[in-house]
Design a binder for this molecule. Structure first.
Ligand code: 1HN
Length: 349
């Protein structure tokens, strides 16, 4: 093509594109490479929330609104690259919830799955499907999709936990439903400890057939998780990329505890640093014990103290180092979804 033809073509093309646009048509060749990139390009950015900064704001929320009025008194952890969308990563929601003595967060249910990771206080409880469980620091509590759940607090002082939900995923699929319970606190139909006795001792009721893809255990207490991690630390077998890392498991089928959210807890022995690693799932880390340095390739490292939260977009190469003694780190990610869709990839250096 000579210069004149090229010029004429580009004029024709821009008229052609305008014509297409008016007909709700678009040329794929202009966007193809962006639609199908050579590798994942998350919008979210790595980011750290420090407890010393966030906790006072949560307590201020406690003076500003009641749990009842708020329905859930939560400060949403918003990724700086996704402001206004209630997202901590491209696919995950996380927020910090405060409940004060005597308060109730009223019963409701929704199709989003939720995990709660308890950070502070004693005397808080969650009721799920007619059974109550007490919350202690480090416990993992599940509220499976479409189950009634409410929270309360019979003790003293603030109780704070991190809510972890698949809200963005369910939103993308447009499958969100919600209902409010007629009573603010649902009636208890089972004694405390019932689910743990039935499913949480390495035993299952002999005729049990699961009705759900979520684990029937709804409190994984930290006392047991911690004991397992420290026993394993004694053996000296440490995965170079993950440290001593355990995933919470559904005892019925060995799968992740929820269909969309994959929680883990890991111990990094004093001064241990993980080897560089990345995976397609996006994750959120929380420091439970000790202090860590999280270094994402190409960015300054962040030091995170107890209860600090870190947002790790998918496919970001990172290392984590234990700075002060043995460190314990909780995480949750959308890995179960990646695995089920055959999309999970990881890269180990
Ligand atoms: C929810 O149900 C809770 O039950 C907390 O405590 C946070 C964020 C978005 C949607 C539902 C809760 C939530 C939520």
């Amino acid at each position: 093509m000579n210069q004149q033809n090229i010029l004429k073509n580009s004029v024709d093309r821009s008229e052609f594109y305008q014509k297409l646009d008016s007909l709700n048509l678009a040329p794929l060749w202009e966007v193809l490479k962006g639609l199908v990139p050579s590798d994942p390009r998350p919008t979210a950015t790595p980011y750290a929330w420090h407890w010393s900064i966030v906790r006072p704001q949560l307590l201020a929320a406690g003076s500003s609104i009641s749990a009842e009025e708020a329905e859930r008194r939560v400060l949403v952890l918003e990724n700086p690259a996704l402001r206004g969308r209630s997202q901590i990563t491209d696919t995950l929601y996380a927020g910090l919830q405060l409940i004060l003595p005597g308060e109730v967060a009223p019963a409701h249910r929704h199709t989003q799955s939720a995990l709660r990771f308890v950070l502070e206080g004693d005397g808080g409880y969650t009721a799920v499907a007619g059974e109550r469980t007490m919350m202690h620091r480090g416990d993992l509590i599940l509220t499976p999709f479409w189950t009634w759940h409410d929270h309360g607090h019979d003790g003293d002082g603030p109780v704070i936990w991190m809510d972890c939900l698949d809200v963005p995923l369910v939103g993308f699929l447009k499958t969100g439903f919600r209902e409010e319970h007629q009573d603010s606190a649902q009636a208890m139909t089972r004694p405390e400890g019932y689910s743990e006795a039935r499913f949480g001792s390495g035993l299952l009721p002999v005729e049990y057939r699961p009705e759900s893809s979520t684990s029937p255990i709804f409190n994984y207490p930290y006392a047991r998780t911690r004991e397992a991690l420290h026993r394993l630390a004694g053996t000296g077998e440490i995965d170079p990329h993950h440290g001593i890392c355990l995933r919470y498991v559904n005892p019925v089928n060995g799968d992740w505890v929820m269909p969309t959210l994959g929680p883990t807890m890991r111990l990094l022995p004093a001064d241990f640093s993980t080897a560089k690693y990345r995976s397609t799932d996006s994750a959120v880390f929380v420091v439970l014990e000790g202090e860590v340095e999280i270094a994402v390739e190409g960015r300054p490292p962040e030091i995170l103290q107890e209860n600090g939260v870190f947002s790790m977009p998918g496919w970001s190469p990172y290392t984590i180092r234990a700075l002060k003694g043995d460190c314990v780190l909780f995480s949750f990610s959308d890995r179960p979804v990646h695995e089920k869709l055959g999309l999970f990839r990881e890269e180990k250096h």
